[in-house]
Design a protein around this ligand. Sequence first.
Ligand code: SF4
Length: 334
Amino acid sequence: MRITMIKKRLANGDPCQKCAQTEEMLKRRGHWGAIDEVVWAIEGEPDAPGWAYAKRHEVEVAPFFVIEIDGEETAMTSPLRLIKTYLDEPKASPAAAPADEAEVKAWAAGLEGAEPEQILAAGLDRFGEGIALAFSGGLDVVLVDMASRLGRPFRVFTIDTGRLHQETYAYMDDVRRRYGVELEVFLPDGAEAMEMMRRSGVNSFLRDGHAQCCAVRQVRPLARALAGRAAWVTGRLAEPGTESPAPIVAIDPKREGAERDVVRLDPLARWSRDRALEYARAHDVPLNPLFDRGFSMIGCAPCTRAVGPDDARSVRWWWEAGSDVGVAGGGDGI
Ligand code: SF4
C-alpha cells in the first residue's frame, strides 16, 4: 500500500490552513509516518502535480489522499476515514473495573499538584476504553487537545439536548475534524421528549422550572452515556472565591438510571478560566465563537445568556429564583 497526500499551496507559499491542520492531526496521532509522499497542488501553477491527481480522481477539496494498492488507486477526502480504513489505531486497553474508594483516595492524594496532562494520562492509562471525555462545546476542548497530544487512544462524548446554539453544533463539527475524533452523541429519548412537549409545551422550563426539561434532555442522556463506563473526565475549572476546590478525582455517586458509581476526573479543577484560555491560545485550540459574543458558559440556547465571568447576574435560568449564577467552567452544558 502506498499513501499519497495531496496538499494545496497558496500563491503566497503557505499551505492551506486545512492541509496544515490535517498534517498536524496525523502527526499527533502517530500516523504521519504512514504517508509515503506529499504532492502539491499550487495555486496559479496548473502544471503542479497535485492538480493532475485532483483531475484524475475528480476531487475539488484539499487535502485529500490517494491510496494505491496493487496498482489500484482510491481517493479519500476524509482523514478520519483514512485512519479508520487503512491505518492501525493503537488499541485501547480493555475497560477496567471501577476503582474502589480506597484507590480513588490514594490516587487523588498522589495527583494533587500534578499537571492536567499528567492527571489525564493517569486516567487514560488506568481505565482504557472504560473512560470517556465529556465535551460540551466549551473550554473542555482543552482536554480534547491535551488527550490528542498524549497520543493515547481516547473517547469523547457529548450530550445534544436538541436546544444548543447553532454555533455550538458547527463548532463541535470543527473540533471533530480538527482532532480526528469520533464524537459520540447522546440525545434525549424521542418518545420521552415528545410526551413532555405534548403535555407541557416546547418551552415548559419558562413556566414550570427547568428540572423536568433538564431531566429529559440532559440528565438521562448523561446516565446513558455513562452506562457501562468506569470513569469520565469533565472540564470543571476552579471556581473563583471557593474555599474548598472540587476534587481532582472522586467517586461520582450513581446517577438516575445508572448501574453503578463511576469515577470522575477533573484535571482542570485547579486551573482558572484565564489559565485555560491561556493554554488554548498557546496551543492554537479552536474556541466556541460564542465566547467572542460574551458568553462565559456554553449551554442550551434558550436557557443561557451572554453574561461575562465577572458579572454577578445569573447565567442560566435567570427567570427562576436561586438560578445558576456561578461560572464553574467554560463547558458546563454537561
Ligand atoms: Fe431544557 Fe433549558 Fe435544561 Fe436545556 S438547559 S435541558 S433547554 S431546561
